[in-house]
Design a protein around this ligand. Sequence first.
Ligand SMILES: Nc1ncnc2c1ncn2[C@@H]1O[C@H](COP(=O)(O)OP(=O)(O)OP(=O)(O)O)[C@@H](O)[C@H]1O
Ligand SMILES: [Mg+2]
Length: 236
Amino acid sequence: MAMLEIKDLKVYYGVIQAIKGISFEVNEGEVIALIGANGAGKTTTLQTITGMLQAKEGSIIFEGQDITKVPGHKIVSMGMAHVPEGRRVFAELSVLENLKLGAYTRKDKDEIADSLQRVYRSFPRLEERKKQAAGTLSGGEQQMLAMGRALMSKPRIILMDEPSMGLSPIFVEEIFNIIKEISASGTTVLLVEQNAKKALSIADRAYVLETGNIVLSGDAKELMNNESIKKAYLGE
Ligand SMILES: Nc1ncnc2c1ncn2[C@@H]1O[C@H](COP(=O)(O)OP(=O)(O)OP(=O)(O)O)[C@@H](O)[C@H]1O
Ligand SMILES: [Mg+2]
């Protein structure tokens, strides 16, 4: 059984259909990339899975449970974390306060402290800046904070929406290394990216979304060599 199973999902904004009946699955331990152009429906898909948007039809099964109608805050406590598009840290709060908020569904203080140390090990810069207001961090640092905050919920699966957007090449490299580490530590990853080259390079499998439909899927390495993918998404 797949860890996360999306079946015939349809999502609308008013009368406009953004997602037109997509199905895909994520197995435990995989890194799955969801790639596609602007407006393809990537963010809509992630927001529907995490309960921020409601599906009109279809179902979302997480670890055997139907979460299609479960509200977002409950989904976090079930072991799914979301790093939203555009980071969305709490600008007025400090780095440390933002990280602590990521653990709001957890009770065990020692375990939370342990997670904090792990986040600091992955992102030493966040520890250096723990007292700084999140809104004054650089873009790349805010991305690290958004990821660190998601990790503070100790998720079994993490959904990331364009973690490399707007970052300089060095930061992009760093963020992708950390995604690899997150995966190596046993967390399953569903990664939405416009940087298809990078995403495919770390993914096991990928799905290609075009105007609300999945038009192609398969092994990430094979997709990297697919001529139409090369032309449309890899700039080759
Ligand atoms: N709140 C909204 N109201 C109406 N239409 C919306 C809304 N949000 C998104 N859409 C539309 O739904 C479609 C899918 O948008 P979505 O944000 O999911 O795309 P995306 O693949 O994440 O794109 P990008 O790469 O630019 O982030 C687009 O046509 C978009 O204009
Ligand atoms: Mg998006």
